[in-house]
Structure formats: structure tokens, C-alpha cells
Write a protein that binds this ligand. Structure first.
Ligand code: PEP
Ligand code: MN
Length: 343
């Protein structure tokens, strides 16, 4: 942090700030200019919030952070990229991972037929909501325990590891008995009580970005998990709220590239919630992989028009297989166009 003293600050006010910086656990480095002084607080062991409070000290004009507030998720802390293992699947490794399945688990037939079809098309993990965060209390809320049992059966039949959402701290033990990875939904990204408990869970976490969260808030939510002892965290960009009304959300793909600069954690993209439109899933998926995403999570339903949630953004089984076949195409196309231009 850098503390900018006001132009008219007195020597006593400057000395007071220097003392406070030391008390906060940092070393003060003072630079005296012709008009004003600045005090750089150096070190990592002290309290940032105590330094920030110096904005209220006499003679201080501003306190400006120069380092990111997150530590454990930062690439500065860990140079190489992290890989998160979910069963046999490695998220963040050389290959992009595709997680697919229905928004909600609705029946044995629905989840088993979807699991088999997405596996045949190349997906390596199965998704399916058991406890659903719905905007309206009158909408389908999920089958709960029955859905967990059906997901377990689908894993037994197909070998695909399961990811499902946990909405509340009290559900963590039960869901952990069935799921291989626990999803923190977008609406819960800053549910700090939930994050603290999940930090102690022995399961990898899929942390969705909140619809109104900036990248710093998202990474700080991940920091809660790592600081509490769980370093198996995968980030998921799922679109944010903007003024755009033609799509359900605005898929912020640049944030994926930014997060890969700032953090060592793997990051995947959810084009289903990110766009809300089934016809945009394939192009958005290709763009996500091209910008560096470590994988995708996609909603798939055997009959989207009958889905109990998110049918409009769900691919049917054939559409999913077709989309999977198209995934590496844009990178090849760009490469060959460049080759022609050079020739
Ligand atoms: C979901 O994955 O079905 C879901 C509800 O996602 P989000 O939390 O991103 O809205
Ligand atoms: Mn959904």
C-alpha cells in the first residue's frame, strides 16, 4: 500500500503515519517530494485493513493498494498452474474437460439416458441439480435426496464423476456422500458461511462467478476456500448481469483470460447460463476454449421442451454430440487462414 500525504500535511502528521505503519506490521519507506510525501508500506505480514483505515488519519490524502488483496489464489504465490482432480478427471491439465448433463435431475430415465449419451459424445463428467436455486419459490426446486441417489446410479453405470450444487451448509455432509465435486452456485458466491464450511469439506469445489461479482470479488471468494484449507478449487465463468437484454447474461470471456493471468486456479466456462440460448452454446464454447478455458459445463436434456428447468438453454442429445464434434474447428480455421495469408 502507498499512503499519499496531503500537500499541507505537517511533519508530526507524517511521523504519526510512519509509526502507525510500523504498528500495523509493515516497514515504512518514505519519499519526500517537493510538494508532498508518500509512505510505502512494505511487507506481507501486516494487516491491510488497518492500513486502509489510515485514510482517516490527519494529513493523509489517500491510501492506494499496489498489490492484489488475494494471496493464495494468486499466480505470484504459485507460479505453475494448478490441476484439480475429480475422480480420474484432471481439470486444468493439457486437455479441456467437458462436464455435461441436465440443469435438474428429473427422473431415472432422464439422467441415465443423458449420462450415457454425453459420455458417448466425449464428456468426462456429469452435472445435474438436486437442490435448485430458483428465482421463484413456485418453480421446481429439485428432487433432493432422490436426485442424489439417481446421480450416484448414473455414475455407477457410466463411470462419470458427478458435480452438483450445494446451497446450504446443512446439506454439505449429505451431498458429499454422493457427489465427487460440490458446486457453489452463482447466487451463493459470497455466502461466506457456506464458503467457510466448504473449505473444510474433503471435496473439490466448482465456484461459479456471481452475476454481479467483479473478478476481484470472485477471486476473494476462492481465497476463502484456500485460506480455510481446501485448495481444490475450479472457477467457473457463467455470465454476468449487464444492460444487454437479448441474452440471459453476458458471458465475460475476457475475464477468463484475466483470471488465468491473475490466478493459478483452473477456470471453466458455462455457456448455457452465460447466454441462455441453445443456438449460442456451440460458438460460445469454441470461443471459451480459444481464449484458454480449461473446460466447459453444458446443460443437456433428452427433451429440452419438457425440461423442468432451463429447457431453453439446454441442448438435446444429438445437438450436444454435434457441438462436441465442432470444438476444435475455429482454432484450425484461424491457423490455416494465417498460413494462406503468409504464403
Ligand atoms: C446451474 O448450474 O444449474 C445453476 C443454477 O447455475 P448458476 O448458479 O450459474 O445460475
Ligand atoms: Mn440451470
Amino acid at each position: 500500500m502507498v499512503i499519499n500525504m496531503a500537500a499541507n500535511a505537517s511533519e508530526a502528521e507524517l511521523q504519526h503515519v510512519i509509526e502507525r505503519v510500523k504498528e500495523c506490521g509493515f516497514q515504512p519507506h518514505v519519499t519526500r517530494g517537493t510538494e508532498r510525501a508518500i509512505v510505502a508500506a512494505v511487507g506481507s505480514g501486516g494487516s491491510r485493513s488497518a492500513l486502509e483505515a489510515l485514510k482517516a488519519a490527519p494529513g493523509v490524502e489517500d491510501v492506494v493498494p499496489i498489490a492484489h488483496p488475494f494471496k493464495l489464489v494468486s499466480r505470484q504465490t504459485r507460479g505453475e498452474r494448478s490441476c484439480v482432480n475429480v475422480g480420474e478427471v484432471c481439470i486444468g491439465g493439457a486437455e479441456a474437460v467437458v462436464i455435461a448433463g441436465p440443469c435438474s435431475v428429473e427422473s431415472r430415465d432422464q439422467i441415465l439416458s443423458t449420462a450415457k449419451a454425453v459420455r458417448a459424445a466425449g464428456a468426462t463428467m456429469l452435472r445435474g441439480g438436486a437442490y435448485k436455486p430458483r428465482t421463484s419459490p413456485y418453480d421446481f426446486q429439485g428432487l433432493g435426496l432422490e436426485a442424489l441417489q439417481l446421480l450416484r446410479d448414473a455414475r455407477e453405470e457410466t463411470g462419470l464423476p458427478i458435480v452438483t450444487e450445494v446451497m446450504s451448509t446443512e446439506d454439505i455432509p449429505l451431498i458429499s456422500e454422493y457427489a465427487d465435486m460440490l458446486q457453489v452456485g452463482a447466487r451463493n458466491m459470497q455466502n461466506f458461511a457456506l464458503l467457510r464450511q466448504l473449505a473444510r469439506a474433503e471435496k473439490p469445489i466448482l465456484l461459479k462467478r456471481g452475476p454481479s461479482a467483479n473478478v476481484k470479488e470472485w477471486l476473494l471468494a476462492a481465497e476463502y476456500l484456500l485460506a480455510g484449507g481446501n485448495s481444490n478449487v475450479v472457477l467457473c465463468e457463467r455470465g454476468i448481469k449487464t444492460f444487454e437484454t437479448e441474452m440471459r447474461n453476458t458471458l465475460d470471456l475476457a475475464a477468463v483470460a484475466l483470471v488465468r493471468e491473475l490466478s493459478h486456479l483452473p477456470v471453466i466456462v458455462d455457456p448455457s447460463h452465460g447466454t441462455g440460448k441453445r443456438e449460442l452454446i456451440a460458438p460460445a464454447s469454441r470461443a471459451a476454449l480459444a481464449i484458454g478455458a480449461d473446460g466447459l459445463i453444458i446443460e443437456v436434456h433428452p427433451c429440452p421442451e419438457r425440461a423442468l428447468s432451463d429447457g431453453a438453454q439446454s441442448l438435446n442429445l444429438d445437438e450436444f454430440a454435434k457441438m462436441m464434434g465442432s470444438l476444435s474447428a475455429p482454432i484450425r480455421r484461424v491457423a490455416s487462414a494465417m498460413a494462406v495469408a503468409v504464403a
